[in-house]
Design a protein. Structure first.
Length: 285
């Protein structure tokens, strides 16, 4: 009956242990899935935020470039208009001077010479203005080309940096997952080894208890056989002595049964304490 109680206790503890391991593995898998989802959401949010910042910077730069182009165009038109006004004023002044000179001198030769010189001066001035405008436009075009090259270079560098960061994050995530899987496999192997060691220890203890019980049963059987032989040989003459021996034997059996009950209770209490310690150690682990 003690062996049957031990077997039932072992089976119940084994089923509970299997259920506990399954529930712990399920909790660990749920935690891993939630951690992986959290990492994916975090990576997606970082990529989206970087894309939004990049788009905002592009828009700001485009607005700045447009405003700069408008200001340059307005400045160019204002300068051309000022030059045109100055030329008109000079022309008017020169025409008034020429008319006055013609009215005063009325000399055609001097008027022709003056008109030729005035025409040469006007053409030279116009050529100078056109040359200055062409030089300013060429400088602006070169500055715009340099700004465009620098902008494209900065964009390529930022794209390379973002790609490097994402590649490094993926490698780190892969390395973490591999380490976590290795840890899980090692933990399972350790659990299996501990279970096999506990089963071997329990079977050894059961065998030792069964061998001790068998030896005690053999001793009792031999003692019973020896007493029966003595009773048969002594007969009625040693009835009183046999009765005293039988009484002593009953007392000894009662003591032995009490000792066996105390030993069984102590062994059950020891097994229960060890099971509770094992459960507490696994929870802490």
């Amino acid at each position: 009956r003690c062996f049957y109680d031990q077997k039932i206790l072992q089976k119940a503890f084994g089923k509970w242990k299997v259920w506990w391991t399954v529930s712990r593995e399920r909790k660990l898998s749920l935690r891993a899935e939630s951690h992986y989802r959290h990492l994916l959401h975090n990576l997606i949010f970082k990529a989206w935020r970087a894309y939004v910042y990049q788009q905002q910077e592009k828009r700001n730069k485009y607005c700045v470039a447009e405003s700069h182009a408008k200001k340059q165009k307005l400045l160019r038109t204002w300068q051309c208009w000022l030059v045109y006004v100055d030329v008109k004023r000079t022309k008017r002044g020169m025409q008034s001077v020429a008319l006055a000179f013609r009215e005063r001198s009325c000399l055609r030769i001097s008027w022709a010479v003056w008109r030729r010189r005035h025409y040469q001066n006007c053409t030279g001035h116009k050529m100078n203005v056109l040359a200055l405008q062409h030089w300013a436009q060429s400088l602006q075009f070169r500055a715009w080309l340099q700004w465009r090259e620098l902008y494209l270079y900065s964009q390529n560098e930022r794209q390379k940096e973002t790609r490097a960061v994402t590649c490094h994050q993926r490698r780190e995530l892969k390395r973490c997952m591999e380490a976590w899987l290795g840890y899980l496999n090692l933990h399972r192997v350790k659990k299996h080894q501990n279970e096999t060691a506990q089963e071997h220890h329990r079977s050894r203890i059961v065998r030792q208890c069964f061998s001790g019980w068998r030896l005690s049963w053999e001793c009792r059987r031999r003692m019973h056989a020896h007493q029966e032989d003595i009773e048969n040989l002594a007969g009625r003459i040693a009835l009183r002595r046999v009765f005293t021996h039988w009484k002593h034997y009953v007392i000894v059996c009662v003591k032995e049964t009490r000792q066996c009950e105390l030993a069984e209770n102590h062994y059950k209490h020891h097994l229960l304490v060890r099971a509770l310690l094992c459960i507490r150690w696994k929870r802490l682990w």
